[in-house]
Design a protein around this ligand. Sequence first.
Ligand code: NAP
Length: 385
Amino acid sequence: MDYINKPESVIKACRRCDDCGIRAEVKSEDEEMCLLQCSICGKEYPFYKSSPEKRLEQAINEESNMLTSEIYDIIIIGGGPAGLTAGIYAMRASMKTILIEKGPPGGQMAINKGIENYPGFIDINGFTLSEKFLEHAQWYGLEILPVEVVAIEPGIDFHSVRLENGTTLNGYTIVMAPGGVSRTLGVPGETENLGQGVSYCATCDGFFYRGKPVAVVGGGDTALEEALYLSKIASEVHLIHRRNEFRAGRILQQRILRDPKINITLNSVVTNIISNGNGVGSLVLRNGNGHESKLNVEGIFIFIGFSANSKLVPAGIKLSANGYVLTDEKCETNICGIFAIGDLREKYANQIVVAASDGCVSALAAARAVEMKKAGFTACKLQRR
Ligand code: NAP
């Protein structure tokens, strides 16, 4: 029997109880359905006022409306200079955006003591600059979620980001800005003495070495900057570099040479970190001639660069030989709608200003992709590779 789309009176007249054969009465009725009930046995029969096809179409529409409203335009992972700048540009482009950062905002920049090459600031503390980036992004109302991302799952219509709390967020585009991780020496005693004399952060741990001798390993900007910082705290700083010239900028090199508390050891590597039972007591150094010597220090600060924090990069995304993500000029990876910026991306210079630039480029490109997608084009069709 087909009672669909019939007026209530017809339903009343035609419908009989399957068991009793007695006409069922309308028990209740709303815009969508009638609930009929047999007056003898009480059995209830729901009858919908619209056709099954119409109801199915309605259900699909409701689901997709719900889904659409829950899809972010841009999900940014990482709250360093790259991620926060992407957030600023995404919000200015009126994108529904969320930035996920498990730690304090600013990333590596926040622990940088003196930044002297970010345009507009002759010398600014990294923490202060991080706060300015954050304040700027939040002024535009950027939503920041302080949880850890455990996986990025590329999709077709949208991509998904799984969080440690079990939630999954969906986004038309994802901007990966997780920064870098400190490289390790990989010598005996390094892991064993971590937190007991071995450190990768002078801002965090320098305080514990007041009046004590320490070593700094590395020849780049970070190592020289941190050596200068530690020379104000420690009794003496031994700067150990594997080559006979520094990679760091000239200004830093000149300052290092002028600092009486910094002793420079070139052409040498640390081969062993030895504990005195309470933490680091000495290091074994080997010079270019293979000669080994012992250096008594209570702390060793290792600044030998960073590698890309690529643990979240989904399979299928192309990496360089050094493990950095390869992108086009829009900072987009080979997976459409997934962008990589800042220290994760293969590029010539890892500078705060370049990270910020990446943030800008990726957010503008992501916003364009979202707009095209909403206008009925798929971002991938627009892609020309
Ligand atoms: P970096 O420039 O990559 O320098 C790493 C240093 O560690 C190099 O001197 C390298 O020696 C040495 N090294 C690498 N592996 C080693 C190993 N296994 N054993 C011993 N030594 C090793 O790293 P960074 O200084 O952390 O700087 C990273 C980026 O941030 C750079 O682009 C830098 O310019 C930038 N940065 C900028 C500023 C600033 O502008 N204020 C501050 C900090 C960092 P070799 O020289 O022999 O390769």
